[in-house]
Design a binder for this molecule. Structure first.
Ligand code: C5P
Length: 230
């Protein structure tokens, strides 16, 4: 029997084209999955109602909206999302943005995950955007700022897990995508780890999309991942 706390370490990314497809996937996965990530694509297709629906049916929800705006707007937006009863919300790791989001979620169960530097950025992209720090230094700086501000955790790539866990200590949440069960198709993910490796490297939660949602047997695929992290 797998405990709910182990099962909830798997977050399935509902990257599906519309709400009906997402609902059907949730029904297929049934009790095997208790935590879902709903991102921009689905949210802009009516996904906020789905967030509420999932919460009402007892699921945990990660709202991946990567907020970044002036503090007043971020605070009010975070407060609106907190009302839905979701568990995680992503914000970009700019100090003003993180402080405002923290105020917005005060008193709710919504926990904030900061995105340090988008993994699509390399050192040249940062220089191009006017930053003097390289990716590694900027990630480390923003991770420290997130912790100092009282953000609950970070979303980061598998290869940053071990160093970030060492930097931030045991109580900070680390959530990672880029997970591929042994033998599965990497797709467009380049720096991948298996579920077991990622948990071993310090991840609290792993985010898995296509290896579950594009599988011929999604529930079996999800169960196999949960078995790997027991
Ligand atoms: O299908 P797959 O398992 O690759 O999905 C991973 C999820 O994590 C997707 O929702 C994707 O947008 C997200 N993500 C990612 N890599 C990042 C940031 C987010 O794969 N660097």
């Amino acid at each position: 029997m797998i405990s709910p706390s182990v099962r909830s370490r798997l977050i399935v990314a509902l990257d599906l084209p519309n709400i009906d497809a997402a609902r059907a996937m949730v029904a297929t996965l049934g009790p095997s999955v208790c935590f879902y990530k709903v991102g921009m694509e689905l949210i802009y297709a009516g996904g906020l109602d789905l967030v509420k629906e999932l919460v009402d049916s007892g699921k945990e929800v990660f709202v991946d909206l990567k907020l970044h705006d002036i503090p007043n707007t971020v605070e009010k937006a975070a407060a609106q999302i907190a009302r839905l009863g979701a568990r995680f919300l992503t914000v970009h790791a700019f100090p003003q943005t993180m402080k405002a989001a923290k105020q917005g979620v005060a008193g709710s169960k919504l926990q904030l995950l900061a995105v340090t530097v988008m993994t699509s950025y390399d050192d040249a992209d940062l220089a191009d955007a006017g930053y003097s720090l390289n990716v590694k230094a900027l990630v480390a700086r923003r991770a420290d700022q997130a912790k100092a501000i009282g953000i609950d955790g970070l979303i980061l790539s598998p290869e940053e897990l071990a160093a970030t866990r060492a930097q931030l200590g045991p109580d900070f949440l680390l959530v990672t995508p880029g997970i591929r069960p042994a033998g599965s198709n990497a797709g467009d993910q380049k720096r991948i780890m298996t579920p077991r490796m990622a948990i071993g490297a310090g991840a609290n939660h792993i985010v898995v999309g296509r290896p579950v949602t594009q599988s011929a047997h999604p529930q079996q695929a999800a169960e196999a991942i949960v078995q790997e992290i027991v």
